[in-house]
Design a protein around this ligand. Structure first.
Ligand code: HEM
Length: 126
């Protein structure tokens, strides 16, 4: 059916610039987080190279690209971080800024954001 066809489409992945485009955009995202005092404390002990690779693979898969995210589930990864709604929104803001920097069209931005927004209950704990 048409829903299945849409789910398998690589259109969003392509609009994000494919694998290289997503990796470059996620590098900017990581740099934005590093400068954001609202959330950077969560990342002080994180392996940033690993985070960059894993978040890129995850976004690649979520956007319909030919990747398989091999990390733990979102609740498992973020368990115990006590992430607030405001912190979630700050992370989203950093992603939007990265997408702007990489000239991603607003309609494309909104399609990725809709996918991530739907995962908020897996990440937010307070
Ligand atoms: C929809 C939103 C989010 C998604 C899709 C997401 C996704 C991910 C992924 C794929 C990883 C890598 C896991 C691995 O290394 O295998 C990760 C790690 C991490 N996430 Fe998130 N995340 C989200 C929101 C947040 C928020 C709001 C925060 C904190 C403000 C956060 C903090 C972290 C930290 C600190 C790590 C690194 C853990 C470590 O290496 O020790 N995440 N996230």
């Amino acid at each position: 059916n048409s829903d299945t066809t849409a789910a398998r489409s690589t259109a969003l992945y392509d609009e994000l610039g494919g694998h290289d485009g997503i990796r470059q955009m996620m590098e900017t995202f990581v740099l934005n987080i590093a400068e954001d005092e609202r959330v950077v404390h969560h990342f002080v002990n994180a392996d940033i190279e690993r985070f960059h690779t894993q978040i890129s693979e995850h976004i690649c898969e979520l956007s319909g690209g030919p990747c398989t995210y091999k990390g733990a589930s979102m609740p498992e990864v973020h368990k115990g971080m006590n992430i607030s709604r405001a912190e979630f929104n700050a992370i989203v803001e950093n992603l939007i800024t990265a997408m702007e920097t990489h000239d991603v069209a607003v309609s494309t931005q909104n399609r990725l954001l809709a996918i991530l927004a739907a995962m908020h209950n897996d990440v937010i704990q307070r």
